[in-house]
Design a protein around this ligand. Structure first.
Ligand code: ADP
Ligand code: MG
Length: 344
């Protein structure tokens, strides 16, 4: 089947194409991101899922020009940001990381929230001071107006008594409240893309559910796109419109959320789904066998080969499978769906 009808192209906000990021360490080179391609659509949520260490966070950092260099370096590929305001397409990998252009985009058009709120919040300043600084940095408003907007932002994220919380320091807030403050900070400039890297992983389930609900509401109100990174398929089912499944520095499958859950093609996606409990299902849980290989020793051919229940010797361990289109907007990297000869 052929993919990508033309009108959907206009919905593209950000396209990652064959992104390669390496970390040069004493023990060797870690190919943290090894040819990632994915797409975030305007106003939609892309869920990015995969086991710890597969390159989710590093991919996200690259979108903001924040890969720590050294030891990290973007060595190939593109991150094309389709700017809403001017319609121009900018390759973010080409912008100098400390230059004025990426700084204008970072925190203004693309914002990021983290698992750990203190990654974004500074302990020495009040929540209000930090949000007001972000507002005045990117918008031409006076202090009074910035304060008013900061209170509105805190109100929007469900902070109790926003005009008082404005003068609180981060350590005076609970984990859930800090998370809300970080979201308020990230959203204070109305970004067109919010990158959320495991935003609820450190929270208890009730608070996590509230934060997910909040993000969905804010997305509806503000029309922004979200790239939601998580290792939790339950979260993906709840928040995502589209899903990219990552394994060892690559996106091995991407499709809309229903296709991923009901018609997964890649044995790794199938394995992930078989290893989570589902209400009403009597099927036995089957954990994926083996462990993620060492990053210095990526297997030849398909990196999932050694753990794959459908491994085909002489095919899967020769050349890495290219992406194949298996349905509308559905791509998979697996020789089960491609001409076997192309591997040889
Ligand atoms: N600052 C760093 N220095 C060295 N290696 C790193 C650094 N950050 C990430 N890596 C390596 O890159 C790989 C991907 O990491 P990451 O993107 O954080 O994974 P995750 O999918 O869990 O977010 C890992 O193998 C990790 O060891
Ligand atoms: Mg991570």
């Amino acid at each position: 089947m052929s993919a990508a009808p033309a009108p959907l192209q206009e919905n593209r906000l950000l396209e990652v194409k064959d992104l390669v990021i390496q970390f040069h360490l004493m023990d060797g080179v870690v190919p943290a991101v090894n040819g990632v391609s994915l797409e975030v659509k305007r106003g939609k949520t892309l869920g990015v899922v995969g086991e710890s260490g597969c390159g989710k966070s590093v991919t996200a950092l690259a979108m903001l020009g924040l890969v720590p260099n050294p030891p990290g370096k973007v060595v190939g590929g593109q991150i094309v940001f389709h700017r809403w305001t001017t319609g121009e397409a900018i390759d973010l990998t080409r912008l100098p990381p400390m230059g004025s252009e990426i700084r204008k985009i970072r925190g203004n058009e693309i914002a990021m929230i983290f698992q750990e709120p203190m990654t974004s919040l500074t302990p020495a300043y009040t929540i209000g001071a930090q949000i007001m600084e972000a507002i005045t940095l990117h918008q031409q408003v006076n202090k009074q107006e910035a304060r008013k907007r900061a209170i509105e932002m805190l109100d929007l994220v469900g902070m109790p008594q926003p005009s008082r919380t404005l003068d609180s320091y981060p350590h005076q807030l609970s984990g859930g409240m800090m998370q809300r403050a970080m979201i308020a900070l990230a959203l204070s400039c109305h970004p067109s893309l919010l990158i959320a890297d495991e935003p609820t992983t450190a929270l208890d389930v009730t608070t996590a559910a509230q934060i997910l609900e909040l993000m969905e509401k804010l997305q509806d109100d503000m029309g922004m796109a979200i790239m939601h990174i998580t290792h939790n398929l339950g979260v993906i089912a709840e928040v995502a419109d589209d899903v990219a499944v990552m394994y060892m520095g690559k996106v091995v499958e991407q499709a809309d959320v229903n296709t991923i859950f009901y018609e997964p093609k890649h044995p790794y996606t199938q394995g992930l789904l078989n290893s989570i409990p589902r209400i009403g299902s009597k099927k036995q849980l089957e954990p994926i066998r083996g462990v993620v290989p060492e990053p210095f020793a990526i297997p030849k051919g398909c990196a999932f080969g050694p753990r794959c229940p459908r491994f085909m010797p002489g095919i899967c361990n020769v050349v890495d499978p290219p992406p194949v289109v298996v349905g509308p907007q559905h791509t998979v990297r697996c020789y089960l769906y491609t001409e076997k000869e192309s591997a040889l």
